[in-house]
Design a protein around this ligand. Structure first.
Ligand code: 0RA
Length: 645
């Protein structure tokens, strides 16, 4: 005979065991769920919680999302949506909110009829955040009442509590990432603000606020009635517009909801950013393909119809995208994300939908804005001519290098093995540091290319690839790396899988580093995306006493070593502190030990986290406008405190 009461109890226990197993899996392998336990994963936790509120906004129920970074690095995300359901789930026998907080992928169980941020890059669900938090508290206002529950390391510390009467509806989640799991615990205001701003642009008329309660406090609010049209204006930044009116439209098709904004400027780069359900599709995909075909076709058709072309002229896709700032945002019910980073839209039906929508609305825009069209087509024709000139210049450069016997640059001290996956190329500022690096290196797999003087600022020469190629230092870098540049860049031919920028820790060094990064970003972006670009981290100090030698990479570390050697500050007890102003102050063996030896060095890998943001950054740092650069350097002065200003 089966005892009913007992059976029920066992069911509950089995459910609990499932929950614990699930959370345990997350805590055991956090990387599987959030990528990393370092800074990137840490911020991912916030996005995961925010995404739920954004989903609620996309469903039309929420107008304001508040994010607060508290002292001690806990974070609150609050929205004025409907509130997470609190009623007991019919089969699981726990409140809806508890289910959401403790079961993996529970998000979709509630509500399938709306677009979701989840399912793409993030979308692992808030239960993962819960599992990876020292504590998480949730507060819900719903049905005239307020509810509260608390969890520690994903496990509830009490049942959902009814706190009595309350007005309005909404959800508030506060969590503190668990220091037993996360290796980074410090939230970056800047990182969060960039993503939240992006989300506000993508969800027009949704207000997102970010408050930092730590040291002094700061607060920003993002609210854009114009949505991605305002995003385009923001992204264009200081580049001068070619036409005043931004082309903007929304179109609802069975396959997708489509929103597009674009504007041309006097610059030469293309800045197209595509999103699917608020996720940046870095690798593009079907929606982007549809957009590109429609753009090329519509502009060519217009020019032909209006007899703007000379007889056999036509414009290529690249020609019509030069100087274009464009944001395409689509909402798809069941997005298929493909590609290496799962940021490529695979749904083929979306391609035709986007193509048709862009054909239709761009034609209308062109017909209604004759002055804009003229400027756009003139510019595209110039692009076509410049492209032809560049092709000739490249041919010439190629022939020239053939004349030089296809040889590597004379200044390059190459390594002896040839497997790119094992090889490293150091780009070293100055001949003297270059000399030390040559002597100190492991010549088996480490190659050295010393760079003399200033590197060309390519940001001011966009579209002038011939000028870029005429610079000797840049040519040496291109030849040494071996993959070519721009549209012809081929990762397969790259000779080193680590290209390491090694500059002095002073203002000039920072400048050269930025110039090099600008060059890589504009002309070898794939090399950055493949994770092949690094920044060497030479020590800032040598702390020396008797036979002991310590190298410190920060002020804190220096103080730590001083303490370890029994001193209070630099002067005491025969401790000598040497501050390295340049790489040249280290002898070859010190340079090896501190900066080049894989066993001992730390290197920073360069990542393009937010291509839109990075584009703006280089615009500001390296473009023609002096003012934004000064503002940027002043704003970020705290990050350069270690530099020798
Ligand atoms: C599913 C159903 C309903 C609300 C939510 C999810 C919801 C989840 C989160 C997470 C953060 N904020 C949220 N706001 C809402 C309610 C469905 C209904 O009321 O009919």
């Amino acid at each position: 005979m089966v005892d009913k009461k007992k059976q029920k109890k066992e069911e509950y226990t089995a459910g609990q065991i499932q929950v614990l197993k699930g959370l345990e899996a997350v805590r055991k392998r956090p990387g599987m769920y959030i990528g990393t336990t370092s800074s990137r994963g840490l911020h991912h936790l916030v996005y995961e919680v925010v995404d739920n509120s954004i989903d609620e906004a996309m469903a039309g129920h929420c107008t304001h999302v508040k994010v607060i970074i508290h002292e001690g690095n806990s974070v609150t995300v609050e929205d004025n949506g409907r509130g997470v359901p609190v009623d007991i789930h019919p089969t699981e026998k726990v409140p809806g909110v508890e289910l959401a907080m403790t079961t993996l992928h529970a998000g979709g169980k509630f509500d399938k009829s709306t677009y979701k941020v989840s399912g793409g890059l993030h979308g692992v669900g808030v239960s993962v955040v819960n599992a990876l938090s020292e504590y998480l508290e949730v507060e819900i206002r719903r049905g005239g009442k307020k509810y509260h529950q608390r969890y520690e390391q994903g496990v509830k510390t009490k049942e959902l509590e009814d706190l009595g009467k309350a007005e309005g509806t909404g959800t508030l989640v506060t969590f503190k990432p668990d220091s037993e799991i996360m290796t980074d615990l410090e939230f970056s205001f800047e990182v969060l603000s960039n993503r939240l701003r992006e989300l506000a642009f993508l969800n027009k008329s949704l207000k997102i606020t970010l408050t930092d309660e730590r040291n002094g406090g700061a607060s920003e609010a993002y609210y854009y009635e114009g949505g991605i049209a305002e995003y385009v204006e923001f992204l264009r930044g200081s580049r001068e517009a070619l036409h005043d009116k931004i082309c903007y439209f929304e179109s609802s098709k069975p396959e997708a909801e489509i929103e597009l904004a674009l504007q041309y400027d006097q610059g030469f780069s293309e800045n197209t950013h595509t999103f699917v359900n608020n996720i940046n599709t870095h690798e593009g995909g079907m929606h982007l393909t549809g957009l590109k075909s429609a753009l090329t076709r519509t502009i060519n058709d217009y020019a032909r119809r209006n007899k703007i072309f000379k007889k056999d002229e036509s414009l290529s896709g690249e020609d019509v995208r030069e100087g274009l700032t464009c944001v395409l945002s689509v909402r798809v019910m069941e997005p298929q994300f493909e590609g290496q980073t799962k940021t490529k839209l695979g749904n083929s039906e979306v391609r035709g939908a986007v193509e048709a929508a862009v054909n239709e609305h761009l034609s209308i825009f062109l017909d209604e804005n004759p002055k804009a069209v003229k400027a756009i087509i003139d510019k595209s024709l110039q692009a076509a001519r410049a492209r032809e000139a560049a092709r000739k210049a490249r041919d010439l450069a190629r022939k020239k290098s053939a004349l030089e016997g296809g040889v590597l640059p004379g200044k390059l001290a190459d390594c002896s093995i040839s497997d790119p996956s094992l090889c490293e190329l150091y780009l070293v500022e100055g001949d003297s540091a270059g000399g030390s690096a040559k002597q100190g290196r492991d010549r088996g797999y480490q190659a050295i290319l010393p760079l003399k003087g200033k590197i060309l600022n390519v940001e001011r020469l966009q579209g002038r690839i011939d000028k870029v190629l005429s610079n000797i230092e840049i040519r040496a870098i291109i030849t040494a790396i071996g993959g070519g540049i721009g549209e012809e860049f081929d990762l397969e031919n790259v000779r080193y899988h680590k290209v390491v920028i090694m500059t002095d820790a002073d203002v000039d060094g920072a400048h050269i580093r930025t110039l090099l990064l600008t060059f890589f970003f504009r002309h070898m972006q794939e090399l950055i995306e493949a994770g092949h670009i690094y920044i060497a981290q030479p020590p800032l100090y040598r702390v020396h006493k008797g036979k002991s030698d310590y190298y410190a990479y920060s002020d804190e570390e220096r103080d730590e070593y001083v303490k370890r050697l029994g001193g209070k500050n630099g002067e005491s007890k025969g401790i000598n502190i040497q501050r390295y102003k340049g790489l040249g102050e280290m002898n070859p063996s010190q340079l090896w030990k501190t900066t080049m030896d894989p066993e001992a060095r730390t290197m920073q890998r360069v990542e393009i986290d937010q291509a839109a943001y990075t584009d703006k950054l280089f615009q500001r740092l390296m473009g023609d406008d002096v003012e934004p650069r000064r503002a940027f350097i002043e704003k970020n002065a705290k990050y350069v405190k270690n530099l020798d200003v």
